[in-house]
Design a protein around this ligand. Sequence first.
Ligand code: ADP
Ligand code: MG
Length: 463
Amino acid sequence: SGKCARAVAILKEFEEKCGTPIGKLKQVADAMDVEMHAGLASEGGSKLKMLISYVDNLPTGDEKGLFYALDLGGTNFRVLRVQLGGKEKGVAHPEFNEVSIPPHLMTGSSEALFDFIAAALAKFVDSEPEGFHPPPGRQRELGFTFSFPVRQTSIASGTLIKWTKGFSIEDAVGEDVVRELTKSMEKIGLDMRVAALVNDTIGTLAGGRFHNPDVIAAVILGTGTNAAYVERAQAIPKWHGPLPKSGEMVINMEWGNFRSSHLPLTEYDQALDAESLNPGEQIFEKIISGMYLGEIVRRVLLKMAEEAEFFGDTVPPKLKIPFILRTPDMSAMHHDASSDLKVVGNKLRDILEVSNTSLKTRKIVVQVCDIVSTRGARLSAAGILGILKKIGRDTVKVGEKQKSVIALDGGLFEHYAEFRSCLESTMKELLGNEAAETIVIEHSNDGSGIGAALLAASHSQYL
Ligand code: ADP
Ligand code: MG
């Protein structure tokens, strides 16, 4: 019918605008490389902040002792304790607790958020068996993974630049987040010291390096997206401090804020951005990461409902609710292998309250999911190529046999199989056979928690 043809026309136009042919991806990678240079050259030199992490040594495997980690940066926050036993014993007895953040705390006051975190930490410590109590006079030490853009002032201090991923707590911006946490811990008499302030990318890089010395970069694809990598200290013109002994410095790219005229953006992306908590910011993140992919799909389906009566002669009211279609649901629909697309039908019924969808309708929904996830996965691969270019590892040098491992983590990468396999195949496509042999994408499961504990250990006050 004419209505269906109209829906297909909307689909086709969307697909065209989301196109990521290899030439475009290479332009994106080149733009990433250029912006990396600019962000390293001067403060504010680029949309890419290229933040100096103060991590100039990654774990060696010799780290020892009992350490804690706190991971805040998405919908859940986690507390973790590990026993580090050096090269022989490795990481033992990891024990963790996951708590979801009440939504009102994501947009409330700084004090309320940090009080909540400190309380959860205290509860975790209080439930510990005797054997884990530190000897008298010794403080517990913590690696704090805080996955928002922070301007570090040392390994264990840094001020929040801005919130992302649905958080918006005005009075915390510009404050030292370690000081805020410490204040809340002191208030309830929790004797713990933050030994390292990192984010999830740096934690993942550290955790990855602990297991594999060839790890040179880490990428998070979860609620948000970001990357960190090991840079030569000499290649950071904006760094005026003493050159680290290692000659290296880990850089937190904050690549979620990358943008370029080469990015394929659509009217749906523009509207999503304009209506977001942070308009004009985090454009790369808004087309790649888990917080947004389902929402883009919803916006396309809404347009089809409004202009092509895609779900019948009325627009389903639920479809008008922002963020009602979550990325895990999109992923479930995308992976539906049943011949009648039963999962798609059920999701549309349960989430959008539209029943009796035809197979044709369901197929179009799957195609929308495919277009959105393919664009995100291919652009993520282009971003990784940008990093490899920056450090000269995108091509094979004669006689060299170096391997470069990228540690990946985050719920999107871990659970969205189509996204992950598309990212991996695009990486090969971009690199070509020979170079692809030298690059490994490795899932670093919970590297960030362990990584933060490892960094706390290597920055312990008792060393
Ligand atoms: P965070 O990024 O919040 O620290 P995670 O790394 O666990 O936490 O990522 C969670 C995000 O991963 C979710 O917000 C969601 O977007 C995405 N995600 C989780 N499960 C799935 C899934 N099954 N399919 C697709 N995406 C998923
Ligand atoms: Mg996380």
